[in-house]
Structures are given as C-alpha cells and as structure tokens.
Design a protein around this ligand. Structure first.
Ligand code: UD1
Length: 347
C-alpha cells in the first residue's frame, strides 16, 4: 500500500502529523505533497519541525491568490504529479476543507485515484463559506469518508452515502492529547492573571470591515487582557486600525504553544474550527465569533457559545458560566482515530 498525502494549510499539518505517524507504524509508504497554500515559516515550516511531520517530498509553492487562481494552480501541479506517475500510489489522503483539499480531491478523482477524506461529513449549512463548498465536493468524490463525530457520520448517511463511511473519531483529539503533554508557551507573563486568547482568520470576519470592527470593539470591552496571535490575512486587514488597549497582538504561535495558552486561558475567542474543539478538550470555554459551527458537540453545557460579531453577545457570553463537565467527543471505542484510519486503508 502506498499513499499520497496532500496538505497545504496550518491545521492540515497537525492532522497529517498524526496520520503520518500511524502510517509509518503500519509500514505504509507515504509521499507528502505540500501545495504551498501556507508558506510563511510560522504557518508552515515551524509545524513540520515541531510535530515531527516528514518534510514534503514535493512543494508546489502555489502561495496565495483568489480561490480560482489558487485552486487551479494547485490542480495543475497535482495533475502533473499523477499524470507523470512521479510516485506510485493506491490512494490519496486529504484533510478537512481548504482549497488544497478541494484541488487534490478533484485531481485524484479525475485520475481514478481513490480518495480518503479525513474529517468528512462536517457541515455549517452556510454555502457562502468557501470551506463548506470544499467539503461538499470532497465528500462527494471520496471513496473513504472518515468521520470525526457521530453527527458528521449521520450527516453523510442522511445525504445518502452508504459505502466507505467510517466513524473514526477525530485526529485533532489525538493531536491535542499527544502534543499538549509538557507543552509550554512563550507568554508566561500572562499566567498570573485571567486572560483570553483571540484568533481570527475567516474571510467572513476579516474581509468585512464592519464585522471586523465590531469584533474588535466587543473584545476590546472585555475586562481582561487578550493575547492575539494574528494570522497574516488578519494582520493585513488590521493595518492602520488602532487596537483596544487590552488586546496584545503577537506573531502566530506554534501548535504546542497554542495548546498551552489555551489550557491556561480563562476563555478562547475564535472563528477557527480546530480551536473550538481544542478549547473544550482542554477544559477551557470557547466563544465562537461566527453564526454557526460544524462542531455542534462543543455547544453542550455552553462550553462553546456562538456570538457572531455582536459586542453585546461577546460580553454576555464571557459573563455566562458553563453547565456541567466539558463535553466529551471525538473518539470512538477508546481508540485513536489514526489507528482506525490506517487499519481501514491497509485492508
Ligand atoms: C485557509 C483555509 C481555511 C483554514 C485556514 C487555516 C481556504 C479557503 N481557507 O485560510 O479553511 O481554516 O487556512 O489557517 O482554504 N497568507 C500569508 N502567508 C501565508 C498564508 C497566507 O501572508 O503563509 C495571507 C495572504 O494574504 C493570503 C491570506 O493570508 O491571501 C489568506 O490565505 P489563504 O491560504 O487563502 O486562506 P486562510 O485564511 O489561511
């Protein structure tokens, strides 16, 4: 068995690190192709080194661009790899819902290469999100649909998928457990006070100045210091805007540093999918700066609250306490998702 794994954006390096490790353990050969969607060292290289993910065999160096330019350029590069049979392979593994996922899925499907989609079945039911479109297409083209949660599994059943469906648990859960052990963050000074962690990168928030200002106002009115590791996309949008005094903007932090910050924070404010889960798994409540979430399990007991970009809702959510223990989800039968995935692929 030989697989080609395609990654491109920060969260995919985390997911791939876990699956890649399990593939190696099982003796399955893997070729890693990096599309180059994320290229800043702090968003890309740092993750490979920190998580022990083997260096990519190929980096397509696609970089940033409009959706069509970015996705199309990736497709040209990926098609050449498959067409020229640079590597023998029996399957392609893709993760999540980025443009790299979409490009890889379309190219593999047209080349007749079976696709394994890790993190299948997630839905926001908001087709204005590029990620929702990427998920719908990728799921419809995949041979193996590896679902992280029962709700994602049931979603695909409801959509009529009957073969290749597997409820595996979440590779991010595994990554959170594995990489949070002994993790320390570089902002120890924050630890003597209750602090919040903010991240923001969704187009719906960053590309709409009214929403972006509204979020900054809401977070700025909170009575606690906020550490804000900022994505380059968001940094560009915030140029020339003066941030509220309680918000400290810093460079993107590594995965383990982030887990450590999240664990120690009083609250996480984010529009990231992964961070919603990581917060809840690490016992920190989350406030999601979106109108909907794919990770509905996190909402139980108000461990995660949806507030959109409304300053009043942000304030109210911070003041509201959680009910009961943090929800548990993302693993099945006490097994790690990566073991399950590799076992299915190896058969
Ligand atoms: C992408 C994914 C999103 C995922 C996120 C994880 C899509 C449509 N979006 O969003 O689903 O949650 O990755 O972080 O695939 N930029 C840099 N340096 C980089 C990368 C990006 O400066 O290394 C800047 C560029 O201005 C670029 C912008 O960020 O135009 C957006 O990057 P892009 O990869 O298109 O989307 P993300 O917002 O990172």
């Amino acid at each position: 068995m030989k697989v080609i794994t395609v990654v491109g954006a920060r969260p995919q390096f985390v997911k791939a690190a876990v699956v890649s490790h399990a593939l190696r353990e099982a003796g399955i050969d893997e070729i890693i192709v990096h599309t180059g969607q994320h290229y800043d060292p702090l968003l890309s290289q740092a993750f490979f080194s920190e998580l022990g993910l083997p260096e990519p065999d190929v980096n397509l160096g696609v970089g940033s661009g409009s959706h069509a330019v970015q996705t199309g350029t990736m497709m040209v590069g990926l098609e050449a790899i498959l067409r020229d049979k640079m590597y023998e392979s029996d399957a392609m593994i893709v993760f999540g819902d980025t443009n790299s996922t979409l490009a890889a899925a379309i190219v593999a499907a047209k080349a007749g290469l079976p696709i394994a989609h890790v993190e299948a079945g997630l839905r926001s039911f908001n087709r204005r999100m590029p990620e929702e479109l990427n998920r719908l297409v990728t799921d419809s083209l995949s041979t193996w649909l590896f679902c992280p949660t029962r709700s994602s599994f049931e979603q695909l059943e409801g959509e009529g998928h009957s073969s290749g469906l597997h409820l595996t648990g979440d590779v991010m859960y595994e990554a959170t457990l594995r990489f949070s052990i002994g993790a320390i963050d570089p902002y120890d000074a924050m630890s003597d006070r209750a602090f919040g962690v903010l991240t923001l990168h969704r187009a719906e928030n960053t590309d709409d100045p009214v929403r972006l200002n509204s979020i900054m106002q809401g977070v700025g009115e909170l009575n606690m210091p906020i550490l804000f590791p900022v994505h380059p996309r968001t940094k560009n949008r915030l140029k020339g805007i003066s941030l509220p005094a309680n918000i400290t903007m810093v460079d993107p932090v590594g995965y383990r540093s982030m887990l450590s910050l999240v664990r120690r924070a009083e609250v996480v404010l984010t529009d990231s999918g992964g961070l919603q889960k990581e917060s809840v798994w690490l016992g920190t409540r989350c406030i999601t700066l979106r109108d909907e979430t794919e990770w509905v399990e996190t909402l139980e007991g108000r461990w995660n609250q949806l507030v959109g970009a409304d300053p009043e809702k942000i304030q109210a959510a911070v003041e509201r306490s959680t009910q009961g223990p943090a929800p548990t989800f993302g693993y099945v039968d006490g097994r790690f998702a990566s073991e399950y995935i590799v076992e299915v692929l190896g058969h």
